[in-house]
Write a protein that binds this ligand. Structure first.
Ligand code: ADP
Ligand code: SF4
Length: 654
């Protein structure tokens, strides 16, 4: 997706980032992570694809970097079907979490090693032709050169195995080869993972990580230090604070005179300054903070810290990588749409100040719609039934570990309160008549959704659930309902709610069992890298989990479960209260009423009635924010559906 990536990275350069990098960039077809979105520099044809991004980044005075990557046995080669290669033929976790490669890798012989070095040099020369300023060698994350460093991956008996010096040889050779080939004009950076090597005691120093950095000290021009685990590196806010990778980098700086960069979901300028002043890092690296706010550096520079759209650490962006689509972000609805929809994170076309818009509901959808319409200059009124703004975000951010999610609300309410053209009315539940009487050009209904009591039938679709005082939904529990223990949570939503409620109720002292038809707890969180952390927490809190079962009956302190593989295989379980976490339904009554009464809305002079967010299609917060933003961008066209441009592979020449 060259246009999508170039435009996305151009916005970051414009936003003040000093260097903008590609993601991992394969140097050869023997390192192919398809269908996951890795880029390529396999031949000269690929140069122009990258030049597009480099030129875009350079237009704003930033440097462009490319992460040259060979995965060794840490990839899949699913598309190219070439055998995997590695130091000694040891299989590795693929970059797809938890998926061990089906194929064993082929041990590299001397010719392979020569080729491996040549591929790096060839790709580096292509990178220079594309105009890159910084060219990386990716020696981390269980990828090719890193595998040579690890004694359990590298069992060689030649000069590339055995002693640490031998295991480091290939990495050193590649850095030196690349310096010789392009070092006059490009910086050569080494991306290096330290966590495994920190655990191996060194001969002369505390660990092999210390020894490697000392050995190579000033050989690369830049050290980029990180975890070897994609799950650790991307740990969500539910399970880690910002700056949590400090211990992986803090020992490096005294061992080299070259600059050190590291990541850590940094969103607070104070924490960035602390890491630099205390000697941990020279340069602040970021993926998620730059996704949530591409203009973060510029806002710091201009003293506009309170306008930073802080990452909430939800990892929806991580899930979009696993979905093989452009990056999506809960906080930044323009992410990935810079080229396709020409959406800019800071700029938006001006609207008509005479046009009035009434938004009903101040959850993430309504708030984002009000913020963006306010920025466009429309005359906006936002009416919220409750006293508190934020909708589900205000409620769910009180769940264990989700406090950062309130940033979705706070970023928007902070900006809205500075806008003279946006009026906010709290404690104002509106009826259809209220909306009509109000008299606006456009009405936007953002009234959210609610959890139902429907359960999953043994045929695999939702049916009417159980009634009674002992049956609860997440809305009930979050509104302060008092269940009786022991509690059974029947979770077929598979995202965070089931396990967060389990945690909350356990903290209150209840015995809790999660029953799920899936074979994992919070099964969808495989996609956003939270699944292992959630499972660990459930074990720590002694929350019981019954996998692969439907809930088929509930009465008088007992629930009945049936195996998803054999519905006759049933078992009873003690259950004082049942919490059903399954289906959400839109609160679309107001929307439907207004939509069906076109006579009255037309008579009132209304141009359009639109439904956005969970009210129209219940989803995750990312969907609600996107929907609110989309509505604000397209409201001029009323409620007609806007076509979206698609980037497609086309034949450019014959
Ligand atoms: P979304 O995720 O789509 O933004 P939420 O459920 O988070 O949805 O927010 C919906 C908001 O709409 C809630 O804060 C709710 O109180 C408010 N709301 C629902 N019905 C009305 C109404 N008739 N008038 C005003 N506000 C409403
Ligand atoms: Fe942060 Fe969530 Fe956006 Fe990712 S999707 S950058 S974790 S707010």
């Amino acid at each position: 997706m060259p246009n999508t990536r170039a435009a996305m990275r151009e916005v970051r350069a414009e936003g003040g980032w000093g260097v903008v990098n590609t993601g991992y960039c394969s140097i050869h077809p023997s390192s192919d992570d398809s269908p996951l979105p890795n880029c390529r520099l396999w031949d000269d044809e690929d140069i122009k694809v990258h030049a597009l991004m480099v030129d875009a980044v350079h237009r704003h005075g930033a440097l462009a970097g490319v992460e040259l990557w060979h995965g060794g046995s840490g990839t899949g080669n699913r598309l190219t079907r070439m055998p995997l290669i590695s130091a000694s033929g040891v299989s590795s976790d693929s970059t797809y979490p938890g998926w061990i490669n089906l194929a064993r890798s082929r041990p590299m012989d001397k010719q392979d090693i020569r080729e491996f070095r040549r591929w790096h040099v060839d790709a580096a020369i292509r990178a220079r032709s594309a105009g890159f300023d910084i060219v990386y060698i990716y020696a981390g994350m269980n990828f090719g050169p890193y595998q040579f460093l690890l004694p359990w991956m590298n069992k060689r008996t030649d000069e590339y195995g055995g002693s640490l010096q031998n295991r480091t040889r290939l990495m050193r050779e590649i850095v030196e080869d690349m310096k010789e080939a392009i070092g006059e004009t490009c910086a050569i950076a080494l991306r290096f993972s330290t966590d495994d090597l920190l655990k191996i005691p060194g001969e002369t120093m505390q660990s092999e990580a210390h020894e490697i950095i000392s050995m190579l000290s000033d050989v690369p021009d830049l050290w980029d230090v990180k975890s070897s685990s994609w799950v650790v590196e991307t740990r969500s806010a539910r399970f880690s604070e910002q700056g949590a990778q400090e211990h992986l980098a803090s020992f490096v700086r005294p061992l080299t005179s070259k600059p050190v960069v590291g990541v850590g979901r940094f969103t607070s300028p104070d924490e960035m300054v602390r890491q630099i002043k205390s000697g941990v890092l020279d340069l602040i690296g970021a993926a998620r903070p730059s996704i949530a706010d591409p203009f973060l550096p510029r806002k710091i520079d201009e003293g506009r810290e309170d306008e930073i759209r802080e990452c909430i650490g939800c990892n929806i962006c991580v899930s979009s990588y696993h979905d093989c689509v452009p990056v999506r972000c809960t906080q930044n609805p323009t992410m990935g749409e810079e080229w396709r929809r020409k959406w800019h994170p800071e700029r938006i076309p001006a609207g008509d100040p005479e046009t009035s818009v009434l938004i009903v509901g101040a959850g993430p959808a309504g708030l984002e719609c009000a913020r963006a319409l306010g920025q466009r200059g429309f005359a906006v009124t936002l009416a919220e039934a409750r006293e508190e703004l934020g909708g589900r975000v205000s409620i769910e951010s009180k769940l264990p570990g989700l406090a950062t999610w309130a940033r979705v609300r706070d970023y928007r309410t902070n900006l809205i309160q500075t806008m003279g053209n946006v009026d906010v009315y709290r404690g104002s539940p509106l009826s259809a008549q209220d909306v009509i009487d109000f008299g606006c050009d456009h009405a936007v209904i953002a009234t959210g959704a609610h959890w139902t009591r429907e359960i999953l039938s043994t045929a695999g679709y939702p049916v009417d659930g159980f009634e009674g005082d002992a049956v609860f939904t997440p809305d009930d529990i979050l509104a302060g309902a008092e269940p009786q223990g022991p509690i059974v949570i029947y979770d077929f939503d598979h995202y965070y709610m089931g396990s967060c409620l389990a945690e909350l109720l356990r903290q209150r002292g209840f015995e809790v069992t999660i029953v799920t038809p899936a074979n994992a707890v919070s099964a969808w969180t495989f996609m956003n890298n939270e699944m292992a952390d959630i499972r660990k927490r459930m074990i720590e809190l002694r929350i019981a989990i019954v996998f692969e079962h439907y809930l088929t009956a509930f009465s008088q302190g007992k629930a009945q479960l049936a195996s998803i593989f054999n519905e006759d295989d049933v078992k009873p379980i003690d259950c004082g209260s049942l919490v059903v976490v399954g289906v959400r339904a839109g609160n679309d009554g107001l929307y439907r009423e207004l939509k069906s009464d076109t006579d009255r809305t037309k008579d009132a002079g209304m141009i359009s009635v639109q439904g956005i967010g969970d009210c129209r299609a219940p989803g995750a917060i990312v969907h609600a924010v996107y929907s609110g933003h989309e509505c604000a961008r397209t409201i001029d066209a009323g409620d007609s559906i806007q076509p979206v441009a698609w980037e497609r592979a086309r034949i450019l020449s014959r």
